[in-house]
Design a protein around this ligand. Structure first.
Ligand SMILES: [Fe+2]
Length: 295
């Protein structure tokens, strides 16, 4: 493999070339891609016509797939369109029809259009997410990424000191409440119980600090809810200014990889009468509180 990266910015988002993601990688290839991920946090690989099995195999080069007993959405197990190991982010029903505008799953997934870090509502959050574009609508549907390292660096000294030791509570209940989706069953509420994560994290390989924000964050330990939510909203506004953001315009068979520990992202609107079929594999982070970089 001869990986080459064209960075969109100096150290945020790059387009990789010279990699066939449908084929097995050597350990040198994997190490090269990880080094590029450390630098750019988001990598785009064009023209990768992956099957689900190939996407899963490629993902496994970089760690362990996420596996949880509790669901991260409101789908019934019988409503799944895809097999295990890959998540369905399409607007399709299990029998391949476009979801209706009042489909509960569609409404729940609309909150993916809020800035978030994947699985920040899990006790162990996500490392990389890998999103494969299979069918792309003709309008909209970009995915935007925000560099949370740059956002941290740009905080004023007072705010930097203030956020240093704060711990947030994350839950799908908070991100759904933000768009008025509040009708959850008792089982769903139990599944979506809040978990705690530090607001400032150090990347385990680079040691670089970043803000760990997400629309799933709805409380700060020791703070009142209104004060916490207004502060988190303020920080999110700061972190998602245009200078920190890359907007990905999808082409069919793009594979986009991002590091959830140092970025936030959001889906953008599209015409829901058109099919959008994108499929995600997700790697689990190795430990719940990676606040220290290795020596
Ligand atoms: Fe996401």
């Amino acid at each position: 493999m001869s990986l080459s990266i064209r960075g969109f910015r100096d150290d945020f988002c790059g387009e990789g070339a010279g990699v066939d993601c449908t084929a097995p990688l050597s350990s040198e290839d994997v190490a090269e891609i990880e080094v590029a991920m450390d630098r750019y946090a988001v990598l785009v690989f064009r023209d990768q016509p992956l099957s689900d099995e190939q996407q899963i195999a490629f993902t496994r080069h970089f760690g362990r797939l996420e596996k949880y007993e509790t669901p991260g959405d409101v789908r019934k197990p019988t409503d799944r369109r895809l097999g295990p190991g890959i998540a369905d982010f399409s607007n399709l029903t299990p029998d391949g029809r476009i979801m209706s505008g009042d489909d509960r799953i569609w409404l729940f997934k609309l909150a993916d259009q809020l800035w978030h870090s994947d699985s920040s509502y899990r006790p162990v959050t996500a490392k990389y997410s890998l999103l494969s574009g299979r069918i792309i609508p003709s309008w909209g549907a970009n995915t935007e990424f925000a560099d949370m390292r740059a956002a941290y660096d740009a905080l004023d000294p007072r705010t930097k000191a203030e956020v240093e030791d704060l711990v947030c509570e994350h839950s799908l209940i908070y991100s759904r409440a933000a768009i008025g989706f509040t009708e959850l069953t008792e089982t769903e509420k139990a599944n979506f119980r809040p978990v705690r994560h530090p607001l400032v994290r150090k990347h385990p390989r680079t040691g670089r600090k970043s803000l760990f924000l997400s629309s799933h964050a709805g409380a700060i330990v020791g703070w009142t809810i209104p004060e916490a939510q207004i502060f988190l909203r303020d920080l999110t506004e700061h972190a998602t200014q245009r200078e920190f953001v890359y907007s990905h315009v999808w082409r069919p068979h793009d594979l986009v990889i991002w590091d959830n520990r140092v970025t936030m992202h959001r889906a953008r609107r599209f015409d829901r009468s058109e099919v959008r079929d994108v499929r995600r594999t997700t790697l689990t982070d190795d430990a719940p509180f990676l606040t220290e970089a290795p020596q």
